[in-house]
Structures are given as C-alpha cells and as structure tokens.
Ligand binder design. Structure first.
Ligand SMILES: [Zn+2]
Length: 286
C-alpha cells in the first residue's frame, strides 16, 4: 500500500512549515520542497534534528528483542485482543498508535475492524520491523512527544499503549467524535516477578495521574482493567524483565536465575477518553 493514505493528510515535520506532504515517486515532498524518502520497507522517517533530543530515543535492541520473543510466543495476545475489543471502529476510520513499537497492537486493531492503521515511533529499528511485518499499514518515524505529522482531526481513534502522552497534539489530530485509548500498567502487573526480584511488590496506581495529565482536553469515559495470567518458563521470565518498562538492574535480574517456571500476571489499566466539548457558544447549545 502507498505510504500516503487518501484520507489522512501527512504534514511536513520541518519546524515552521507543517504544510501537506504529497507522494512524489518514492519520496514525500511539501510545497516548500522539503523532501522525505520512503524506505524500502515502506515507512517514512520524519524525525527532525530537534526531535532527537529526547529522554528516550527508542528502546535498546536487547529490550526490543526480548519483547519480540514474548510477542512471538503469544504472551500478550489476550491483552492485545481485549484492548482492540474496547474500540468501535468502521472500515472507513483511521486509527493512530502513538509509540507503536513493532506495531503488534495496531495490527490487531486494524485487522479486527478493517480500518486504516497509522503507527508512529521514534525507533527506526522498531518501525522498520513493523513496516516489514505489516506492509498494509502506514508507518512513520517521529517523536510522539513533539509535533504529530498529521492534519487536524485525522483519526477516529488514537491509542497510546504503555507509551507516550502528548495531550495537545493527541487532541489536535483526533476527531471531535473520536476516542483516545490510553493504556498504563496496572498495580498488579508483573506482581510475581517484582515480588521475587525486589522482595516486595509495591502497587502503583497510575490512573489518577493519567486522568490529570489529559485534563482538561479529554474526559475519562470508561476504565477497564485487563488481566491475563500466563505460566512462563525461566527464559520467558527473563524476557519479561528485560522487555518491561521497569527492567531491573542486572544484579536484580540475576535473582531470577534460580527460578523455574512462574505464573506471571499481566495487567493493564485501559482508559477510554473522549475529547472535552468546547464551551457552548450560548446557553443550551451543547
Ligand atoms: Zn515543508
């Protein structure tokens, strides 16, 4: 599929430009002649020099590989399917996954609804892998904390799955009748691994903070906790630790070496937000 959708207009990421990009052979160009190559695998790198200054320039290769092995084993599949099931989309809709990583969540959502999928991540390696694995979806390298290279109100749904939070830009590219699905680790996520490695399992609830971060642009409509317990062999437990957003130090991970198979809880808080309505122009005209 072409890197440019007929319905979602890509915008030039160059600071002060932000004009529409159009396909020109294997390149995208804007009216001011800024130009971006479409990679062989089909993604477009729209990362700008100023966007690279990020506290997290994408995940390390070892972390990505650990995560890929777990995904290949189907560990996350029940979670991914449950998350996709929270959305209601039509084939004509477009969905953006901000911080998509290797794209397996987006692929599940696009496949379930037959809708158009757009994935964005700061990691070239992750997006290249996503573009090879899911060539019918649209993949871009960009910094989800900065300018999102899409026209206003492009998407019916936007997902951020244990990923980035950019309320103003999320609101801009989402339709007024759209849905934001924000997913954060639930307090009991990996609780067995944390108890084992840290000797304690401190439960952190991230929901209140997330709601606060997205107010006043978004209103929380629904909160679902999605849990799945899987029996993991020692190699998979190690991958869970390495691939986790809270990967421990090597000294801590070493304590896992003595452990055999382990029942591990995967748990996510899924938050469905809708854009807050603008103040009505006059009383009663909501
Ligand atoms: Zn431009």
């Amino acid at each position: 599929m072409d890197a440019v959708s007929r319905t979602v207009v890509l915008l030039c990421p160059v600071r002060g430009c932000h004009r529409p990009l159009a396909a020109d052979g294997r390149r995208l160009t804007c009216p001011r002649a800024h130009s971006f190559d479409v990679a062989r695998s089909g993604y477009v790198n729209l990362l700008q020099p100023q966007d690279r200054r990020s506290p997290r320039a994408g995940d390390q290769p070892a972390v990505r590989q650990a995560r890929s092995r777990l995904i290949a084993q189907g560990l996350e599949a029940p979670i991914t399917e449950a998350l996709a099931g929270l959305l209601r989309l039509q084939p004509s809709d477009a969905v953006l996954d901000a911080g998509s990583g290797d794209g397996h969540h987006l692929a599940a959502i696009a496949s379930r609804f037959g809708c158009k999928g757009y994935g964005l991540d700061i990691s070239v390696a992750a997006i290249d892998e996503a573009a090879r694995r899911y060539p019918t979806l649209h993949w871009m390298v960009a910094n989800a904390d900065r300018f999102l290279p899409y026209a206003d109100a492009s998407f019916r749904a936007l997902t951020s799955i244990t990923a980035r939070r950019n309320p103003a830009e999320f609101r801009r590219v989402l339709r007024a009748d759209g849905t934001l699905l924000l997913v954060v680790p639930a307090p009991d996520d990996l609780i067995e691994v944390r108890a084992l490695v840290l000797g304690e399992a401190v439960a952190r609830d991230r929901v209140a903070k997330a709601v606060e971060t997205f107010a006043p642009l978004f209103v929380l409509e629904r909160h679902e906790r999605i849990r799945h317990v899987a029996r993991l062999d020692p190699a998979a437990v190690g991958d869970v630790m390495a691939g986790s957003y809270r990967a421990g130090r090597a000294s801590r991970r070493a304590r896992l070496d003595a452990v055999g198979a382990l029942d591990v809880t995967l748990s996510r808080d899924a938050l469905l937000f809708r854009p807050a309505r603008r103040k009505p122009a006059r009383a009663g005209s909501d």
